[in-house]
Design a binder for this molecule. Structure first.
Ligand code: PSU
Length: 300
């Protein structure tokens, strides 16, 4: 049995021509942003990648197939659909077996991109160690995936709703290279910087592409996390966003929100509490990550 991959027309053409492709996830569309900004952002991020000389491949599960690239109508439908599964490593095969519609998280997108031979993927922020994980054990499957699947993931660090120091500790334990792009500090999603040092720094897409290939040469499994700061013109300063994050976290706890529902709940509440500014910043950082991912894809 071969993997049930279905390529969009645009991605098929890029594969035939051997031109660079950048993978994009779909959970950010279905669970990370409200309609219609989710659809508009997904389209704009795809266009950002085209403008930077690569082909976008938004990945989602539909009708028993892993779609590598969505046609415009498919993307439009997915962005408005209800009851879409949020898929990670654990449930990807089950969703395919049952014909469910599913959006891929960072972990599932890495698996699908790798099956399709795509080495670079752009997102907003990866999942990580949730605050209070010492009690809840809530650690995103994204972290282990980075240690197993050879895809370079461009993100604005991990989402600042998480426990960032613990997230960095787990990534170190798992042997995942965390590379600051033109920075020595870990970006904190909506904010360009944090107190946390990044273990590695690179200043060019070429170096990142060379390191990606070097891992394969050395036989090292797993990918790389490229921590790309949000442009400072678009950031929300940490002093402003952190009290809002704390309020949203307290509400999540009061309401007993758990497991896969935590991240979508927090992003939604922070959107409300910032009058939409968190979404504007999120859109800016995703586009910024898409541009860098396209540069890396071209260098690869
Ligand atoms: N980046 C964003 N918004 C998102 C995500 C990433 O800007 O919603 C998604 C990704 O799909 C990531 C998921 O894998 O959030 C993390 O979810 P969890 O914390 O439940 O693992």
């Amino acid at each position: 049995m071969t993997a049930p991959l279905a390529f969009s027309a645009e991605v098929s053409a890029a594969r035939a021509a051997g031109t660079p492709i950048v993978a994009l996830e779909s959970t950010i569309i279905t669970h990370g942003m409200p309609w219609p900004q989710n659809r508009d952002t997904a389209q704009e991020v795809e266009q950002t990648i085209r403008d930077a000389g690569a082909t976008p491949a938004t990945i989602a599960i539909m009708g028993g197939k892993i779609h590598i690239g969505l046609e415009a109508a498919e993307l439009d439908n997915l962005a408005q659909a209800n009851n879409v599964m949020k898929l990670s490593r654990a449930d990807l095969a089950a969703a395919l077996a049952t014909g469910a519609t599913g959006a891929t998280t960072v972990a599932a997108t890495m698996i699908c991109a790798n099956l399709a031979g795509i080495g670079v993927f752009a997102t907003g922020g990866i999942g990580g160690v949730h605050r209070g994980a010492e009690e809840s054990f809530d650690i995103s499957a994204d972290l282990r995936e980075l240690s197993e699947t050879p895809v370079t993931v461009v993100a604005a660090g991990a989402k600042a709703i998480l426990d960032l120091p613990k997230t960095m500790e787990v990534l170190e334990t798992l042997g995942v290279p965390v590379i600051g792009y033109q920075t020595d500090r870990l970006p904190a999603f909506w904010s360009a910087t944090s107190e946390i040092a990044v273990p590695l720094r690179m200043d060019t897409a070429d170096d990142i592409a060379t390191a990606h290939r070097m891992r394969a040469t050395l036989g090292l499994p797993g990918g790389q996390l490229i921590a790309n700061p949000i442009p400072t013109s678009a950031e929300i300063a940490s002093a402003e966003i952190m009290p809002i994050v704390a309020q949203a976290l307290a509400e999540a706890q009061d309401q007993g929100i758990a497991a896969k529902a935590v991240t979508p709940f927090l992003l939604g509440r922070i959107f409300e509490l910032t009058d939409g500014r968190s979404l504007t910043a999120n859109i800016a950082l995703v586009k910024n990550n898409a541009r860098l991912a396209a540069d890396i894809a071209r260098a690869l």
